[in-house]
Design a protein around this ligand. Sequence first.
Ligand code: HEC
Length: 122
Amino acid sequence: MLRTRHTIALGVLCAVAAGCGDDGAAPRALSEAESAALVPADARLAELYENSCKACHTVRDSLAPLTGDRTQWDPRWARGEDALLGVAIAGKNGMPAGGQCFSCSPGDLRALTRFMAGREGG
Ligand code: HEC
């Protein structure tokens, strides 16, 4: 609980300070090609990602936040990881329930979301 609140507070501070990622580098908008070049480190997750999330999350016109583009993900991340997982499971607007990954467990969806939000392993 305390940790969640801390994360949100940090997110707000970062937005005010015009970006300060966990690694200290300012978030930068990615091109579709840069986004599409990113792959999860774990081979099984990479396969799930290639077969589902990637189709939308590397295409600007889909209106999905681009994989690895922290300028698009950080405001969403600031709402809390559980809120994002809830949307990944239930869907929202153009985001289909489960991200069209029928073999993804909730843990997989969480890991894929972390990866796309630029917070893999962090
Ligand atoms: C058919 C296209 C499509 C696919 C496939 C897809 N997404 Fe999305 N996703 C979207 C769109 C569009 C949005 C933006 C929804 C909005 O905020 O209106 C989105 C948003 C999200 C969000 C942010 C939700 C929020 O409340 O900010 C998460 C998390 C997410 N997707 C996870 C995933 C994961 C994980 C996968 C793969 C398992 C996936 N998506 C596959 C289209 C897609």
